[in-house]
Ligand binder design. Sequence first.
Ligand code: AMP
Length: 281
Amino acid sequence: MKVCRTKKEMQSVVQNAQANNQSIGFVATMGALHSGHLALVERSASDNDITVVSVYVNPTQFNNPEDLEKYPRTLERDIDYLQSAGCDVVFTPTDDDMYPEGKKSKSYPFGSLATKMEGEFRPGHFDGVGTVVQKLFEIIEPNNAYFGEKDYQQVLVVRKMAELEGLDVNVVGCPIEREANGLAKSSRNERLTDEQMEKGSIIYKSLLMARDLKEKGKTVEEIEKAVKETFNQQEMFDLEYFNIANTKTMELLNGTIDVPARAFIAVFAGNVRLIDNISLN
Ligand code: AMP
C-alpha cells in the first residue's frame, strides 16, 4: 500500500493508473477509522482495480470549532487498518495542499437537499463537504466513489455536486454499519463513555419504532411525538432533531406518508453529536 502525503504524489499515481487503464475507486474519510469505513473500502476494492482512501479532517465542514479540535486523529493506526482492508493508496494531504487559497468553501445551489436537518443545524456544513469532495474528485479522478448512508443527506449532496460540476463519477451509497446494540458506528463514538455507548441503542431503537409506526399507518406528527416522548423519558441524550423527509428531495414530510421516505435523527450525548437514519419503506 502506498501512502501519498502530497497532491503531486497522488496525481502521479492517478496518471499511472489511467495509463494502465485501471479503474479507480475512492473512499473519502476523516480518519479514526472503524468497520463502517472499512466496509466502504472493501466494496471499492471488489468493484475497482485500485482503491484510494483519503484521510483528511476537513476544516471547512465544521461549524463548531470545538468539534473540529476534538475530532479524533489516529493516522498511524488508520494506515495499519487500511493495509489489511484492501486499500491500495492512502492520500493524507495537508491543509495547505487542499486549501492553498485559504480555508474557504465554495457555495453550491443544493436547494432542498441541504436546507433541512444537517443543513439547518450545521450551517455551511454541506458547502464545506462539497468543496473538499470536489477537490478530492479533481485530484483522484475516481470512476466510482463510495459514501455511507449513515450520512444520507451527504450522499445526495455529493451526487448533486458532481452533477453541477460536470464530474464524471459514479457516487455509490452504502449501508450503515452498526454496533451489536444498533448504535451506528462513528468516529465520534470514541468520545462516548461506556454507559453512553450502551444506552446509545436508544437512537436506533427510536428509528425502528418510527418505521414500525409508519407501517401501522401513523402520520408524521404522530411518529415525531412518539420519538420526542421516548427522549423526554431519559436524561442521557438530548434530541436535536427528528424528521421524516422525502428520500429523493430531502423535503420534510407531514401528514400521511405516501412517498418514499426516511427518518433522520441527531442527538447529543454530552457534547458529542450523533446522527442516524433509516428507510421507512
Ligand atoms: P467520515 O470519516 O465520518 O467523514 O466518514 C467517511 C465515510 O464513511 C462517509 O461516507 C461516511 O458516511 C462513511 N461512514 C461513516 N460511518 C459509517 C457507518 N457506520 N456505516 C457506513 N458508512 C459510514
